[in-house]
Design a protein. Structure first.
Length: 157
């Protein structure tokens, strides 16, 4: 019998990625069997942390890359994306996210007047009910969390 731990390579631990993944998993309720898509820039530490936690259906995406996942994501984390890149990633929510999925978007500039309005509008256009959106602070950063509601799923069908 093979013991996976015995053969696992040592990994450098990125404590900030560990803490962020802990919080995002708790926020979204993600399980290792879920399809988790991480989108944006500088995602390798977060992606490796998901892999280390046995998230076998985790994948990364950039704004300009074509969708390569077989199935839409149960959870989409948009991190380290700014400006038009963030808008491009958020505008593909209908295609990249499953009907019962959740999305977490890191808000890089929460004080910008147009930014929250624009992102919330994209979420509404993608079938997210305004009542199921909330901002959450994680270690000084603001994340917009949204879950599709039954009404929004029915409207999209």
């Amino acid at each position: 019998m093979c013991d996976r731990i015995e053969f696992a390579p040592e990994r450098n631990i990125d404590e900030s990625a560990q803490k962020l993944v802990d919080r995002l998993i708790a926020l979204t309720g993600s399980k290792p069997k879920d399809h988790v898509m991480v989108a944006g820039r500088h995602l390798l530490p977060v992606f490796l942390e998901l892999c280390a936690r046995q998230y076998l259906h985790a994948c990364c995406k950039t704004a300009l890359a074509p969708r390569i996942a077989d199935e839409p994501a149960d959870t989409l984390w948009i991190l380290n994306a700014k400006g038009e890149e963030l808008v491009a990633l958020a505008s593909n929510l209908g295609r990249d996210l499953s009907p019962n999925g959740t999305v977490v978007i890191a808000i890089d500039s929460p004080n910008s007047q147009s930014f929250p309005f624009r992102v919330r509008h994209l979420l509404l256009d993608s079938g997210f009910d305004a009542a199921h959106q909330r901002a959450v602070s994680i270690e000084g950063n603001v994340y917009l969390f949204a879950r599709k509601s039954a009404c929004a799923r029915a409207k999209a069908a």
